[in-house]
Every structure is written in C-alpha cells, then in structure tokens.
Design a protein around this ligand. Structure first.
Ligand code: N01
Length: 564
C-alpha cells in the first residue's frame, strides 16, 4: 500500500528553487537541506527554511502531503486533541482564515488543512512525492548527506532533517497465513485512499488501541457482523465531539494569540489545566470533584493533568485508575463485558484512548468481543481468524489495527549511516540515544523532529514539532551555506539519555513496560522508554538554554574538504 514510484530528474529539478549563487549548488540534485517526510513536521521545516532563504527539498513516500494523516483514512479516524489546538501556531493569518468545524477534527478535515497549508505557503514546488527514502549516508570528506530513494535516485545536501514521524512505520500482520485470507485485508495505518465499502460484511477488527476503538463504532454502523479481537483492554474516555457553533469559532479566533502563548509555555502543549496539587494532598471528595470536572469535559489528556503526580506517584495514579475503571464498567454494563474491558495497568502507561460510543457499540447484537488475551490468534485462514483453541471466526474483511513500530521505527527502517559508516541501527542496538531528541552523536548535520528522547508522548505533537523545527532551523540557517559540521557530543548525548532513563525509572511508566512506548510491541526491539518526561515547558526551557549558551553539547567544525 505504500509503494513508491520513480522520482525523475525532472521532479527533483522542479523541486529545487532557483539558486542565486551557482556555488550553492554542487549539482542538479544538491540542496542546503533535504527533509524526509511531508507531514506536519516536514511542511513546517520546509516553510521555515524557505523563509530563511535556503534551498530545501522534501522527499515524501505518499502522493500528497499529510504524513500520518494522509495514510490513516480508516472509518472514524479523528484527532483526540481539540482542533483549535491541534494546528500550527506559526501564522496568525492562518489561524484567522482557517475554520475548524468540529471540536475534534476528523482525518479528512485535518488533511484538508494540511493541503491548505501546503498551498497557502507555496510549499508544493519543493516537495517530491511518491518517493520513499531508503538510505541516507554522511560523507565526512564533503560534509554532505546523500539521501537515496527506493528507486536509487540520489539527493545531496549539507543538512538532513528527518521529519519521519513517530507513528509512521506500521506493523504488518504478524499472523501465520495472513496472506492466504480470501477476503479483504485492511490496515488502519494504510487505509485505501478510495475508501472501502464494508456494508453487509462480516468484519474482524484486530486491536483495541486508539485506532481500533475509533473504527469499531463506525464499522458497526454498516457491517452485518463485527468481531473485535482484544488482547488487552486500555482506558478510553468519551471525546464528547460536537460541531462548533459560530460563536465558539469567533471566540476561538479572537483568543488565538493568548491560547498559542499558553500552549507554548505549558506542560502538555495544550491549554488543558495542569492541576499543580498532588493527589495525596487532596481529600477523596476533592479528588472526585476534580475528576468529575475532567470527565464532563471529555478527552484523555485532561486526566494525565488531573493532579501533578499522576505519572509519578502510584497512589495518585491508582485514584485515576479506579475512577476511570468504574466509568468503563458503567459504560460496558449493557454488553455484559465489564470485567473483560476494564484495564489492569496503571493509567497512562499505555496511551489512553478517546472514543465516541465504543463501549456502547460492544453491546449491540451484531458485535462480539473476542478475548485473544486468553485465547490468542494462532493463524489467519482463507476464511477468517483462527484462535489457539481451534475456534474459528469467519470474516469477509479483516481490519488490522495493530499499531506501529513507534517513536524510532521509521528511522530504523532507513539505512542511516553517519561518520565512519556507522549505522544508526548499530548505534541504537540497545535502544535510541539522542541529544535532546534532536541530534545523534556520530551523525553530524542530521536532525530529528520529535525524535526519541524528546518530550513526545507527554506533549501534544504540534507544539513539540514547531518548537523542534524552530530550534533546528535557527541553528542551521546561519551555517547552512558554510562547510561546517555540527554534531552532538557523545558526553552530552550520554548525559541527556541518563536523564531520560532516570525520568522513566522514577515514573509510573516503569511499572508496566508492555507498551509501544517501551518498544514492547515489536519482537526483538530493545525495551527503552525514549521519552523525556519532564514535560514540554521544561524541555523547551532546556533547549533554549542550550541554544543561548552557544549550543552547549554540540561541536561545530569545518568539514575536511570545502566543496565549491
Ligand atoms: O495502535 P496501538 P493504534 N494480537 O499500538 C493489539 C495514535 N493514534 O494504531 O494492547 C492481538 O495503540 C494491541 O494489543 P495489546 C495514538 O498515539 C491517535 O491503535 O498490545 N492484538 C492493541 O490493542 C495511539 O496510541 C489517534 O495487547 C494485537 C492494538 O493492537 C497510536 O496512534 C487515533 C496484536 C494496537 O494498538 C497507535 O494507535 C489513532 C496481536 N498479535 C491512533 N498485536 C487519535 O488521535 C497488537 N495487537 C484519536
């Protein structure tokens, strides 16, 4: 589903803006910066670099912009962060001219927004579509990166920005016989662009994370029968989505500057209020009142911020866990599945879900929940799903909602080679190690957006992306046309990684490492929580401090041979 077609010389030349200085261009495919990926990160990186007068090219596997929002077209796909905040903040004009129609934007609306951004800021001429990057190698002698596409075409640039996304390397169905299924095999992560009509079909949905939980109610609205295969239950909170009224929209537009500022200097990258009190300092009645208020608001991030120690004190976490478990049991009463769908793990150690009618859908007569935690899937047969016990569930379509090789997976799928030919895969054999989530020692002039070790996971993605891109482009811009190699030092990277690891140890995340946050969902992947848990504000402050100090922890050296 992710097949790329050939990128022609014409494509690449067309994507290159006019060069005012011929010395800037070593050949027709050379740029100041090459960016991999045209999602939220890549588009903003391109915008910033163009604004700074640099030549940049974006290589994108899909045939259009959008990144994860391009591929995730499954029924019910919707953001679970409010649209007014899950959007770029860099352009006040954009904030005013774009109008969100719902509290939580649907995937088609987000994709329309990203297309609008690409057109509004004239980004398309610098993007080469249908071009999957397979390798990137740093040439120490030239001080340049050469990026190679799936079809063998090459682009060189002094700098390389990996805007590859943390949820963009889908896991293929790992089940024996998956390719023998006679019906429709679908993945939420790469849903067919032309859509799929599941009307009247018997549909098996495997996976009950955010994607599965969103897709099930929509699919059940059309399908003749839906079998939901759940391995382990997760927390899900009602989103309470609704159309925005004209008055709400006007109010949002009038208050954008203040909202954006609050997002930028917040713990989560949103204006969701972080309760600065500890759970243990409150009476049970006060705790209940706080949680009731957040329950009425809807959404999951609210619960992470309900008390300042939800993710660091197990006793406080248990308060949230018990509260949400009781709500889930209530919602699941109609289906008789309360025990089965109540999560066992602490709250937040797996990313909580936001749903619209998931538990209520399970109560419908034509919907079944199959407990594959107890009786695992043994194989896919030509007619459906076979369990270890031998029980078979026939289906006309199987929807795999089984997740991603998250955080570092998209980077690991590219053959990235730094100094002395060392591969990133070798460097990260024990799990990803970065400096600030932005750079890797031994890989000069390569930067990551929302990379492992950044404040991803606990921060809403768009403010994190903007902060990362601004930080990277501010560093690159003054040196992009000089023969300079900028590289994170090993000691700075080690110190940062220690900080990330220690944060993980002190948090409730260490109580349950069975999640994609830790890499547990990918066989053979080392278990390491590569998330900076100090929150967005602290992360931003630390990045700013390092920049203000002349980029402490980085070396800047002339490349060995100047190329002109
Ligand atoms: O993937 P997941 P996702 N047999 O990894 C199950 C974002 N997102 O695509 O929990 C049976 O969360 C697995 O079971 P278990 C968001 O950040 C956001 O749903 O490992 N089951 C789990 O239930 C989210 O966290 C939005 O036991 C198997 C499911 O598959 C992230 O994307 C919407 C299995 C995978 O859940 C990923 O979400 C969608 C097997 N062999 C996604 N292997 C919004 O903004 C895996 N599973 C709303």
């Amino acid at each position: 589903m992710c097949d790329a077609v050939t990128v022609t010389d014409v494509d690449i030349e067309a994507a290159q803006p006019p060069q005012d200085d011929p010395a800037d261009s070593v050949d027709a495919t050379s740029h100041d910066v090459v960016i991999v990926g045209a999602g939220f990160s890549g588009l903003y990186a391109l915008f910033r670099l163009k604004e700074k007068g640099l030549s940049a090219i974006v290589l994108e596997a899909a045939d259009d912009v959008g990144g994860t929002w391009y591929w995730n077209r499954y029924p019910g796909a919707r953001c679970d962060v409010e649209s007014v905040e899950y959007s770029y903040s860099f352009s006040p004009e954009l904030d005013q001219e774009w109008t969100w129609s719902e509290r939580y934007a649907s995937q088609p609306e987000i994709l329309r927004y990203l297309n609008h951004v690409a057109d509004r800021f004239d980004l398309r001429p610098n993007i080469v579509f249908n071009t999957r990057v397979e390798a990137a190698a740093y040439d120490e002698r030239l001080g340049k990166w050469t990026v190679t596409t799936e079809t063998g075409r090459q682009v060189t640039a002094r700098f390389c920005i990996m805007a590859t996304g943390g949820l963009s390397a889908p896991i293929s169905p790992p089940f024996e016989g998956a390719d023998t299924f006679d019906g429709l095999s679908l993945m939420t992560s790469t849903w067919p662009k032309e859509g799929v009509d599941l009307t009247g079909k018997r549909v098996a949905v495997i996976g009950t994370g955010s994607s599965g939980i969103q897709a099930v109610p929509e699919i059940a609205g059309h399908a003749a029968r839906v079998s939901v295969f759940q391995r382990s239950p997760n927390y899900s909170i009602p989103g309470r989505n609704r159309k925005l009224t004209a008055q709400e929209v006007a109010e949002q537009k009038a208050t954008y500057p203040d909202r954006r500022e609050r997002q930028r200097f917040s713990f989560t990258g949103t204006t969701i209020e972080l309760n600065m009190r500890r759970g243990r300092d409150l009476t049970p009645a006060e705790q209940q009142a706080e949680l009731d208020r957040r329950w009425e608001a809807g959404g999951a991030l609210d619960f992470t911020a309900a008390f300042r120690d939800v993710l660091t004190d197990m006793a406080t976490n248990k308060v949230v866990q018990d509260y949400l478990s009781a709500k889930i049991r209530e919602r699941a009463q109609g289906s008789g599945l309360a025990d089965l769908v109540t999560p066992k793990q602490p709250f937040g150690v797996k990313r909580p879900c936001v749903d619209h009618g998931y538990y209520e859908t399970l109560a419908l007569d034509h919907v079944d929940l199959v407990d594959v935690g107890k009786d695992p899937i043994a194989a896919i047969t030509p007619t459906g799903v076979k369990l270890a016990s031998g029980v078979e569930h026939d289906a006309d379509a199987i929807v795999y909602a089984i997740g991603y090789d998250a955080i570092s997976g998209a980077l690991a799928r590219i053959d990235i080679r730094g100094k002395d030919g060392r591969t990133l895969r070798e460097e990260w054999a024990a799990g990803p190690e970065t400096y600030l989530g932005l750079a890797v020692a031994g890989f000069p002039n390569m930067f990551l957006v929302a990379g492992p070790g950044s404040a991803l996971g606990v921060t809403m993605m768009i403010p994190l992306i903007e902060q990362n891109v601004e930080w990277i482009t501010d560093l690159i811009a003054p040196i992009a046309r000089h023969d300079i190699a900028v590289e994170a030092t090993r000691s700075a990277q080690d110190a940062w990684t220690r900080q990330v690891d220690e944060g993980a140890k002190r948090s409730v995340f260490s109580a349950s490492t069975n999640s994609y946050y830790w890499g547990a969902n990918v066989p053979g992947k080392p278990r390491r929580l590569s998330i900076y848990l100090g929150g967005f504000l602290r992360y931003r402050t630390e990045c700013d401090r390092i920049a203000a100090g002349g980029y402490d922890g980085f070396t800047m050296q002339p490349t060995r041979v100047a190329v002109h």
